[in-house]
Design a protein around this ligand. Structure first.
Ligand code: PHE
Ligand code: FE
Length: 293
């Protein structure tokens, strides 16, 4: 069917919004751009990315070999956790996205950022989607969380609480930090594929770093076009899965009667505070160092 995507592209897609990756269409220059992004991101993430991410890069043979061929990548990934990577033009409708996740398919944007957008673009391209998201899908516990999220998305749609569930995605899958014995590390894809937010998220004194909680997160605003003012920290992927395993029905019932929304920079008495941010970066109001995803 022919559709106009959320980003305004007119394209022919399958019923589930997937397209053929058509790997051969990428130019030598585009493959080289992947390689350069890949090489520099490895430098930026030194000592910052969680081990599970680094292991994923390795077992999925993600390296500087140009834009990954999704068939090859999926075959490696499927052996680990049953997941596959499918190509989509760009952002897909929410229900379609959830349906893919619930069936262990990760939809990845089938284009690479332009040379001018090397440091920043807001829409997810193949570098963000594959480099940022796919390595952790090789981890069985995290993969289970993503599958559960897909199923939970369909549940939330039915209950009309999608904005709440979207916040959960934002503060975990995209911008999550994990407290490890070696120190605070990144597992969120939006940070892992970012040139400068990676260091900021772990070391800058500006943002809050507070313990993750499902309801707390579901009530917290987020913004998409600058560094985060707050990062939510998990103790382990097991604990993330455990906290989200319970049926959200009762939480959704409570949310219906309680419209409280916390500001992006709120720190509550009930929070487990790893770091109470100065918000100096946000207060300075100079956002020349825009994030890169
Ligand atoms: N337990 C959630 C529900 O009942 C499903 C879910 C799991 C949602 C993990 C998000 C993440 O809806
Ligand atoms: Fe993403």
């Amino acid at each position: 069917m022919e559709i106009v995507t959320r980003l305004g592209r007119t394209v022919n897609v399958n019923d589930d919004y997937t397209i053929d990756q058509d790997w051969g269409k990428f130019t030598a220059e585009e493959h080289d751009r992947w390689d350069r992004l890949f090489a520099r991101q490895g430098q930026f993430l030194k000592g910052l990315a969680c081990n599970e991410f680094l292991e994923g890069l390795e077992v999925l043979e993600l390296s500087g070999g140009g834009i990954p061929n999704f068939d090859h990548l999926s075959n490696l990934l499927e052996k680990r956790t049953g997941w596959r990577v499918v190509a989509v033009p760009d952002l897909v409708p929410d229900d379609v996205f959830f349906e893919h996740l619930a069936n262990k398919r990760f939809p990845a944007g089938n284009f690479i950022r332009s040379e001018a957008q090397l440091d920043y673009l807001q829409e997810p391209d193949v570098f963000h989607d594959v480099y940022g998201h796919v390595p952790l899908l090789a981890n069985p516990v995290f993969a289970e969380y993503m599958e559960a999220y897909g199923k939970g998305g369909l549940h939330a749609l039915g209950r009309g609480v999608l904005p709440n569930l979207a916040r959960l995605y934002w503060y975990t899958v995209e911008f999550g930090l994990i407290n490890t014995p070696d120190g605070m590390r990144i597992y969120g894809a939006g940070v892992l594929s970012s040139k400068s937010e990676s260091y900021f998220s772990i070391h800058d004194t500006s943002p809050n770093r507070i313990g993750f909680g499902v309801e707390r997160t579901m009530k917290t605003e987020y913004h998409i076009d600058d560094y985060q003012k707050t990062y939510m920290v998990i103790d382990s992927f097991e604990s993330l899965l455990e906290q989200t395993y319970e049926d959200f029905g009762p939480i959704y019932d409570r949310l219906e009667n309680d419209a409280t929304i916390y500001r992006v920079d709120a720190v509550l008495k009930s929070d487990k505070v790893f770091h109470h941010g100065t918000q100096a970066y946000a207060k300075a109001g100079v956002h020349h160092a825009r994030p890169v995803r």
